[in-house]
Ligand binder design. Sequence first.
Ligand code: AMP
Ligand code: ZN
Length: 469
Amino acid sequence: MKVYNTLTKKKEELIPLEEGKIKMYVCGPTVYNLIHIGNARPMIVFDTVRRYMEYKGYEVNYVSNFTDVDDKIIKKAIEEGVEASVISERYIAECKKDMEAMNVKPATVHPKATEEICGMLDMIETLIKKGHAYIAEDGTVYYRTRSFKEYGKLSHKNLDDLQGGNRSLLVTGQDQKEDALDFVLWKPKKEGEPYWESPWCDGRPGWHIECSVMSRKYLGDEIDIHAGGEDLIFPHHENEIAQSEAANGKPFARYWMHNGFLNIDNRKMSKSAGNFFTVREISEKYDLQVLRFFMLSAHYRSPLNFSRELMEAAANGYDRIVTCVGNLNYRMENASAEAMDGEETKLTKEAAEFARKFDEAMDDDFNTADAIAAIFELVKFANTNTGEKSSREFLQKLKNEILTLCQVCGLIVEKRKEMLDEDIEALIAQRQSARKAKDFKRADEIRNQLLERGIVLEDTREGVKWKRA
Ligand code: AMP
Ligand code: ZN
């Protein structure tokens, strides 16, 4: 399996620190609003990377944080007149709903910055002791960037160029810094803001320290893969390396993976620019599986332009797979023969070639565009080589192969059969009888059974009403 490593600017063979295991950290969102589809790109991309590694037999320990203390969260809390945690908890819950709707698997751990302050104090203390950080008069703790000789190795920037040339690349801060390149590890509280006690001042952490600390706590000093959007390369990931390697005295992550931007009219989609669609908005127009399909139809490192035309094309592509699986199911129900004949056995072997192509594409730095092309070839093969005479076993084999590859991409392509109205009403009648007999356990069971099939019940004065969710 080859992975493009931002650190070396090369595709490299993936060699885990520990055989058969992958330790992976993905920088998660700052939770002050509903996530937009630009934020969804790393979620979908790295979820697919994780799924592929699991399919290849790796045990993946996947950590992704929520940044739940930040200026924007605090600003929103002040606007609404609530605690910052009310805002962050609300949007963590909403983000988890969106992730589930996009079929993004929950991480092994989703740590939150505010619950890891102790670890941050600890790492900052170490950095001060080792001479990599210093305390300014007002209690701000800065990282002494020039003390870390390899600073710039990820973003391939030279310290002097940073200092002299492009000022927009400088980490902005107050005047108490020894050097313009130094960045904040801890800063004093401001009126009305959440804060924690520390040996330096009551205050809160800078943004970068949280990821170094959470990654160490949940995965160890050294990890295999660290990932995020390409805007994080500098300064966020560069600063994480400086913090972790200086504090732990060990290399931090072996492979650094970055997804390209999701653009709109060729500009990065972002909250601050206002050119965004939330995942929630998109879900009103499209099945989110279509969004997932759209994201995976491009290579993760390429920029991807969001447009209605491309979403329509993705909807058509996705439907082609869903229809094929639906047809295979229909044929299976009506198949006359159980077992495969010689010809079908031969065809099954031919079909395995598509899975090989799929793997080959994914092994080449997760080329999902080519992997999806291999799924399409398999779909075409299934459409042309099955018919009324196909055996159930053959149909099942082809279907399983399609489902397996789609599952690696996190695509749900088998639609559940909708329940018929009369079956729903029969169950509701049974629930009513159970309630009359005071068998509330049974009544709840029926309600849940219906809920699982997407049917929501509402008890009203006029009786029970139901709708499809
Ligand atoms: P943020 O909440 O801005 O810290 O972003 C969370 C994640 O989304 C980070 O990995 C960002 O790099 C990523 N991200 C934000 N905007 C985009 C975009 N337009 N395209 C791709 N990734 C993005
Ligand atoms: Zn991070």
